[in-house]
Design a protein around this ligand. Structure first.
Ligand code: CDP
Length: 233
């Protein structure tokens, strides 16, 4: 079995908003038995706390202090092997971090280099010594540059807006598709153009366009790649 430099199987899944990263990462984690790390939930936690503390997105020192607080208290728990729950110390933040208001400030907050340094350190710490799948924007380029398999998921703008709207409707939140499309496009724009670790595929990432594929298809495809590389049996 070939692995990264630590001798661990690390899978990096990156891509723009609502391209299916979380669902696919969960599917692969379940099938292969990998630790699952959702890096976006960390940046969302920083955005949430900054909102609650009334900290501006340009207040570097206060954002860094919040990122340190998140790094010290953040925990992920896979409940019943099905849902990834997010904890900040004793507080469960799974739902709160996904609320719309925090969602609007997550990309501006994620541009802050000090915040990124803290979150990257946290991500590496969570996978150290473990076989893991990590999903996000800069996993293949920055967080795990030695990962033996990196995939970059994409889907058409319309399909991504459709998927995110369905997700929200399942939670009982009524949304307008055009608004969803505008919000994910705005985040993609900020994420792709920031100075530090912008959203882009690593040179050795395998691109997968998921527009016409189900999540199960994509999970199968990635499992096939892991097997072809001799990373799993
Ligand atoms: O689920 P979705 O793809 O919409 O977003 P997410 O993975 O929860 O990430 C939310 C935001 O966090 C992104 O739009 C980025 O601004 C930021 N993020 C980042 O900067 N770097 C990462 N590795 C992951 C997320």
């Amino acid at each position: 079995m070939s692995t990264d430099s630590e001798g661990r199987l690390h899978l990096a899944i990156d891509g723009p908003a609502a391209a299916g990263k979380s669902t696919v990462a969960l599917g692969v984690a379940q099938r292969v038995g990998l630790t699952l790390v959702d890096s976006g939930s960390m940046y969302r936690a920083v955005a949430l706390l900054s909102l609650e503390d009334d900290v501006g997105t340009d207040d570097r020192d206060a954002l860094l202090e919040i990122a340190r607080r998140v790094a010290a208290s953040f925990r992920l728990e896979l409940r019943d092997g099905e849902t990834l729950r997010v904890y900040l110390g004793e507080r469960e933040g799974t739902e709160d971090i996904r609320a719309q208001e925090g969602g609007r400030r997550v990309s501006p907050v994620s541009e802050e280099p000090g915040v990124r340094t803290e979150m990257v350190r946290l991500q590496r710490c969570l996978v150290e010594g473990r076989d893991a799948v990590v999903e996000g924007r800069d996993i293949g380029t920055t967080v795990l540059p030695d990962a033996p398999l990196k995939v970059f998921l994409t889907a058409s703008d319309e399909e991504r807006a459709h998927r995110r709207a369905l997700e929200m409707e399942e939670k009982g939140i009524r949304v307008d598709r055009d608004t969803v499309l505008r919000e994910i496009s705005r985040r993609d724009e900020i994420d792709s153009s920031r100075a530090v670790s912008p959203l882009r595929p690593a040179a050795d990432a395998v691109p997968i366009d998921t527009t016409e594929k189900t999540a199960a298809d994509v999970v199968d495809e990635i499992i096939g790649m892991l097997a072809d590389k001799g990373l799993i049996n």
